[in-house]
Every structure is written in C-alpha cells, then in structure tokens.
Design a protein around this ligand. Structure first.
Ligand code: FPP
Length: 249
C-alpha cells in the first residue's frame, strides 16, 4: 500500500498527542551490512529527520526520542564520542529544518553533564526554536527514568525541608510536575524498533497507560509507512484506563 493510502487510514481526530520512541537497532543494522556501528547511527539520524517531519505534518504535538540513555555512557568510548559528534553535527545542520517545520526543540535528561559543545549546541537550538508551535521534538539525552524519579524526589524533599510543601500534600500531580517531563502530556503511544520488548528505563512513570507498539524493523529502516502503521494500529485499540468496555462506550 502506498503512503497516501495508509495516511488516509489515520483518523485525525484520534491522533496520539504525544508519541515516544525507543530508537533501537542502529548497531545491528550496520552489522548486517558489515559496516561500523557509527554508520548505523548516521542512518538512524535520517530516520529521525523523516519521522519528526512526518509527525509534525500529521499534527502530533509532542515527539520524544530516546537518544542517549544514562546507561549508554558504558558503550565503548569511541562510540560515545561519535554519537555526541553526530548530535552536534545534526543539530547544527537541522536547525533550519526545525524552523521551517515550526518545530520546537526540547530535552529531558541531565544535559549539563554532556560534552560542552553538545550542551552549547542544544542550548542555542532550543533558544532559536523556542517560539515554534507545530510540535515539540523532545530529545531524551543523558536520560533515564530512574534518574528522573531520583532528582524529582530530591527536589520535593527540598521543598518539604524549606517548609513550602507539607509531606501530606505530595500527590501524583506534585510528582509528575517535579519530573523533567513535568510540562509534557503523558505519551499515548510508545514505539520500539528492532524486535526488543523492553522499556529500558524510559518514561517509567509517564507510560502507566501508554499503548506499546513493537516492530522488528531496525531504526534506520523505520520509515514514514512504518510510522503510519504504528499509528493505525494504535487507533484500533480500546484505551480503558482500568474501566470496562461498557463504561467507555
Ligand atoms: C540505538 O541503536 C541507538 C542509539 C542508542 C543512539 C541513537 C542516536 C542517534 C540516532 C544519533 C543522534 C540523534 C539525534 C536525534 C540527532 P543501538 O546502537 O542500541 O543498536 P543495537 O541495539 O543494534 O546495538
């Protein structure tokens, strides 16, 4: 089926507002072609570009991409360096595309601990795109959900210590707002590529009611058609939030 036919199957009234993606399989995609892993990441960037543009055009409001996890620092130093270099190069190159598509760049994660050139490049691009309104592209960088829960807990404890919050006022809203994702809606749809069925420390609190979509495709292969298919699949599901089918009918 061609792209327009698939696209027509998407109900614009039932579009997920926020889609989160675990972009997995760059390394295996490269290995299958006897290429260095870094080339896999370079092709992964092409998919980022395609999917970000497609999401914004469809009317998705938030797209969060798991770009570099806290655990990814354990990869070989050369690969970490290459990913950071690719991040800097991509942001520098794509900031015009973000402007053209009215996309605002944001991050979640401890970006202060990124290499200084990556940090500066991100700050610059975020400032430049700050007033864009079509979609927020949220890069999870030096992010893990447990890290976020720890830092949120510390900031809530500090508020209690300062006397601005009572411990009995701590509720789900207080916790949600103390997270890095505090001003993002919860993702309705999580997509993970490469045939793995794990959450891998991504948005643990926020995905309590998300629909999960898994595909065998490696991230560099994940194209617009695959993206449409994930959304169509999501739209066929019944989201009950703990209620019965009859209650939500
Ligand atoms: C997962 O594949 C990929 C990553 C952890 C890195 C993602 C980074 C990019 C696509 C580059 C920079 C991105 C932006 C947004 C500018 P993997 O290496 O875990 O693959 P494997 O599981 O097959 O080894």
């Amino acid at each position: 089926m061609s792209n327009p036919e698939l696209r027509n199957q998407i109900d614009p009234d039932k579009l997920p507002r926020h889609i989160a993606i675990i972009m997995d399989g760059n390394g295996r995609w490269a290995k299958k072609r006897a290429l260095p892993r870094v080339i896999g990441h370079e092709y992964g960037v092409k998919s980022v570009r395609t999917i970000a543009e497609s999401a914004a055009k469809l009317g998705v409001k938030f797209l969060t991409l798991y770009t570099f996890s806290t655990e990814n620092w354990n990869r070989p130093a050369l690969e970490v360096k290459a990913i950071m270099a690719l991040l800097v190069k991509t942001i520098r190159k794509e900031v015009a595309t973000l402007q053209k598509n009215n996309i605002r760049l944001r991050t979640i994660g401890n970006i202060k601990a990124l290499p200084i050139d990556a940090y500066n490049e991100l700050q610059e691009a975020m400032a430049l795109t700050a007033n864009n309104t079509a979609m927020d592209l949220v890069l999870a960088l030096n992010y893990s959900a447990r890290w976020d829960i720890v830092q949120a807990t510390q900031s809530i404890a500090e508020q209690v210590k300062q006397g601005v919050l009572n411990s009995d006022q701590i509720n789900e809203t207080v916790i949600s707002q103390a997270l890095n994702t505090g001003n993002l809606p919860e993702p309705e749809l999580l997509i993970r590529t490469s045939g793995e069925f794990r959450i891998s420390n991504f948005l643990l609190w926020e995905m309590a009611y998300s629909e999960f979509y898994f595909t065998d495709m490696y991230w560099p292969e994940f194209d617009e058609e695959a993206f449409y298919k994930a959304i169509i699949d999501y739209q066929k599901r019944e989201r009950r939030f703990g209620k019965t089918s009859e209650q939500i009918a």
